[in-house]
Design a protein around this ligand. Structure first.
Ligand code: LLP
Length: 423
């Protein structure tokens, strides 16, 4: 029983999720196919929740990582909140069973519709990223005769993340406002009739494996909260965003347990020393909760040698899973039924772009046409970033839960792909 992940292992030479054969699932549902272990999602969520026992916290799962109802409803049942970035996101969170006070709306360029929905749904927190946006929220809230709870997203000048495209905390990025502006906006918001400023927010980036960055984030947010306190106002909520990394290719990832013990003391002590009551926390984890739950199953259409490379041409492409093409991300890919012998392979999809490559020259057991491969850790930013590029169907998704295999999302049909066309 060779373990690849706690829940993914070989049994008698066959790759399984908790003993259920992936080859049987592929035969039943076809490929490319996402297979999510929902129990693993719950384990990861519970691990996060248990790391923060001593503080009041909203674990506002970031829907962008994976917004399938199978996932969002399961998490909502465990008590999770939701971080969303659109009006539809708010609606999906509500459909999933998340209570409005636990919904957080983020985003640097929210539409009026997004804000209308947030206010009419009375969500817990709207994180504001500009003065213009604050004025817009004030107008809409006043028209709706509501009081909007807002946070100010601060750009703390912290650059971190696995790839420049997923860093958000640097001064050159479009996110948030400066520390000085944050203090001003908070004070201004406190004077507005239809706004209640409650939080400071920051999100530095994604796939961050360095605890010191989060310590710095907490310390900086706290010092801004203290400045605001000196002006006679309180910051009862700190939203630390998401961004904790996972181990894709053996990297050392940090855990929420470490994160919690690093940041909660910094925050609690500073608040207490200044006679302020301990703030409630919000975190917005996406990847951490869903990444390792999922495999993307693909079948090998062809094997060929060209130049120095031996190619496995598979039936999944960059439209199904874009991380390698977009961020140069490396995901482990392993055969579902490993054969004898080894070979060095490159793995490419059906899309006519040279970026449509999942792996370059990796060592694998021998592979033949028709074999199944599993791409690991595909749960975050996999199906949620899939598209119909090249007129390809977005893949089906099945979940495994308590030993049962169930369809979570049908594979697109041509009818479905054409449904919105008006010509
Ligand atoms: N909060 C905000 C404001 C965010 O922008 C994000 C992610 C999250 C929370 C969740 O971050 P996480 O815990 O998942 O790191 N498509 C890229 C990742 C983009 C992340 C965008 N923002 C990828 O596949 O790596």
């Amino acid at each position: 029983m060779e373990k690849r992940r706690p829940h993914i292992f070989y049994v008698d030479g066959e790759l399984t999720i908790r003993g259920i054969k992936l080859s049987d699932i592929a035969s039943a549902y076809g490929t490319p196919l996402y297979v999510i272990d929902l129990d693993r999602v719950v384990e990861r969520y519970d691990e996060v929740a248990s790391s923060f026992r001593s503080v009041k916290i909203n674990i506002a799962y970031a829907y962008k990582a994976n917004s399938l109802l199978a996932v969002t409803k399961t998490l909502a049942m465990r008590g999770s909140g939701a971080t969303v970035v659109s009006s539809y996101g708010i609606k999906v969170a509500k459909i999933s069973g998340v209570e409005s006070p636990k919904i957080v709306l983020d985003g640097p360029s929210k539409s009026d519709d997004d804000i209308e929905e947030a206010i009419s749904s009375e969500i817990g927190l709207i994180n504001v990223e500009s003065r213009d946006e604050l004025d817009t929220i004030e107008k809409i809230a006043s028209r709706q005769k509501k009081k909007a709870r807002v946070g100010i997203r601060v750009n703390l000048g912290l650059r971190a993340g696995a790839h420049p495209k997923i860093m958000t905390g640097g001064r050159s990025h479009k996110f948030g406002v400066s520390e000085r502006e944050a203090v001003k906006l908070f004070a201004l918001a406190a004077k507005m009739d239809s706004i209640k400023p409650i939080a400071l927010h920051s999100h530095i980036g994604s796939q961050i494996n360095d605890l010191s960055v989060f310590r710095a984030e907490a310390a900086k947010l706290v010092s801004i909260a203290l400045e605001i306190h000196k002006k006679g106002l309180e910051v009862p909520v700190l939203d630390l965003g998401g961004g904790l990394g996972v181990s894709y290719a053996g990297e050392k990832a940090i855990s929420y347990r470490e994160f919690a013990s690093a940041v909660t003391d910094v925050i609690r002590n500073a608040y207490e020393e200044n006679g302020m009551s301990t703030p409630e926390l919000v975190i917005e984890p996406g990847r951490y909760i869903v990444a390792d739950s999922t495999v993307l199953l693909m079948r090998v259409n062809y094997v060929k040698k060209l130049g120095r490379r031996r190619w496995l041409l598979v039936d999944a492409g960059m439209n199904d899973f874009i991380r390698p093409a977009m961020y140069g991300a490396k995901h482990e890919i392993i055969p579902v039924r490993p054969r004898e012998g080894t070979e060095v392979y490159s793995i490419g999809g059906p899309v006519c772009e040279s970026s449509d490559v999942f792996a370059d020259r990796i060592k694998l057991p021998m592979v033949e046409r028709g074999d199944l491969l599993a791409l690991l850790d595909a749960g975050a930013y996999g199906i949620s970033m899939a598209s119909n590029y090249n007129i390809r169907p977005i893949p089906a998704v099945v979940v495994i839960s308590a030993g049962e295999v169930k369809l979570a999302r049908k594979r697109d049909s041509l009818e479905h792909i054409l449904a919105m066309e008006a010509w």
